[in-house]
Design a protein around this ligand. Structure first.
Ligand code: GUN
Ligand code: FE
Length: 441
């Protein structure tokens, strides 16, 4: 039965709720209700009678979504690392590893985003595809171009996706003209930050985005560190993804103890910093990240496609690093975090083959990484990540009826969804209480 409600008015969802409170487990709450007011979760508890809903919570019958036994509601997925401009290259160019891949396929593609028509076309599709895959919060790299980076912010706002957009900074590599002068890079970044911060819509925030240590010199990185402090904004970059990259960083920054120290010297490691990959981080670097409160975006699809390596997520988690999942399109071939969850499970078993003392991730842990873990990695855990009162109603309705399960125990539905689900099972997506995807069933 299809519901039809007014999201500007209070509404309720009744049925099975699945979410995480910490890394080891998921909570399954049967016969519960979530009440949404002004886009936020006002209440979660045992499902009351219709009369009680009406009299206590002021919710009329047409403002109720009643989930079926083969459905559940869960927090929206969080993509902590995705390159919007690289969408046309997803699935292509995996005959090369990182540094050659960047030069051959990635920089020539990103250079095209001076063209706003091209940017508009691609960015619309990326955001749409990401939302349809259940990503309610996405942390995007754009390109070095100010105008098209702002366009990505416009499109997220229009289509209703929460998240971050970074105008990319790169002042060192030559790359056939895909780079900037230091002055321009800093000026455009400040214009970008101010423009995004002054908007009334709070859905999208700016994020400072030095591409990686090989594309920014230390002067630029220091200036970006200063901007991050001045505006109290997030920071994202890449770290220790590929062995050739790490060697080059060592050569270019001989005064730094290690890769993480390059960023630390520029004050780029903060509580609001998310570092993509971290495949080859040393113990000392991991300690530094923990002490700074910076997080890692685990991108297993990309780490496999670009032959970067196997990231030992268990090691990061046990050290106390905050970890979220990232699609890393187009190092990753898919904008679906559900696909990345499969890859994270696979990868953790491959790590176990190498190091028998490491326990592979469970699907409960991967569910956490894709939701609350992502929120913590982006320092958004007070806003999103699970369905606790006071948080934004960023949620997915999952329907597993097409899988002909022999029982509809919630635990069965969730495991089946994590291992076998895809965007067709995500029948509705809400961001801040607004419907951004709704499938007729
Ligand atoms: N390191 C620097 N730039 C990139 C990029 O675009 N993708 C990936 N995977 N790694 C990078
Ligand atoms: Fe990346």
């Amino acid at each position: 039965e299809q519901w039809n409600l007014e999201t500007s008015e209070p509404f309720a969802v009744m049925g099975t709720v699945v979410h995480s409170h910490h890394s080891k487990s998921i909570n399954i709450l049967q016969n519960h209700v979530i009440i949404v007011h002004d886009g936020k979760i006002q209440h979660i508890g045992m499902a009351p009678s219709l009369q009680e809903l009406k009299e206590v919570h002021n919710i009329s019958e047409r403002q109720i979504i009643q989930l079926s036994p083969s459905q559940f509601i869960m927090p929206g997925l969080i993509d902590t690392h995705i390159h919007a401009p690289q969408y046309p290259n997803a699935g292509l160019g995996y005959d090369k590893t990182l540094l050659e891949w960047l030069e051959t396929y990635t920089f020539p593609l990103e250079k095209q985003y001076g063209d706003l028509v091209h940017a508009q076309n691609v960015y619309k599709h990326v955001v749409r595809h990401s939302l349809n895959s259940g990503t309610t919060t996405a942390c995007y790299f754009a390109t070095i171009h100010l105008e098209s980076s702002l366009l990505l912010v416009d499109l997220m706002t229009e289509l209703g996706q929460r998240g971050f957009v970074g105008k990319v900074n790169m002042n060192t590599c030559q790359n056939k003209g895909y780079n900037e002068k230091t002055e321009q890079s800093v000026t455009d970044t400040e214009i970008f930050i101010k423009n995004v911060l002054q908007r009334k819509n709070q859905l999208v925030q700016p994020i400072i985005t030095p591409r990686f240590a090989l594309s920014c010199d230390s002067i630029l990185m220091k200036k970006l560190g200063e901007l991050a402090k001045k505006y109290n904004v997030h920071i994202q970059t890449h770290i220790s993804e590929n062995l050739g990259e790490i060697e080059a960083v060592k050569e270019i920054f001989p005064d730094s103890k290690h890769y993480a120290d390059v960023y630390d010297k520029a004050e780029l490691l903060t509580k609001k910093t998310v570092l993509a990959h971290g495949v080859w981080l040393k113990d000392e670097e991991i300690k530094l990240l923990v002490s700074r409160g910076s997080s890692v975006s685990h991108c297993p699809c990309s780490n496999t496609n670009l032959q970067s390596g196997l990231c030992n997520v268990r090691r990061l988690l046990e050290a106390g690093v905050k970890v979220g999942l990232g699609t890393d399109v187009s190092g990753g071939h898919t904008p679906s975090i559900l696909d990345v969850m499969h890859s994270a499970l696979d990868t953790s078993i491959h790590v176990f083959f190498q190091h028998k003392n490491i326990i592979p991730l469970t699907y409960h842990e991967v569910f956490y990484l894709a939701t609350l873990g992502g929120a913590e990695a982006l320092a958004l855990e007070n806003e999103v990540g699970n369905l606790m009162p006071g948080k934004q109603f960023d949620a997915l309705i999952v329907d597993m009826s097409s899988h002909y399960l022999l029982n509809s125990e919630p635990e069965t539905l969730v495991q089946k969804f994590v291992y076998c689900g895809d965007d067709r099972n995500i029948i509705s997506v809400f961001v801040g209480g607004k419907i951004v995807k709704k499938t007729k069933i």
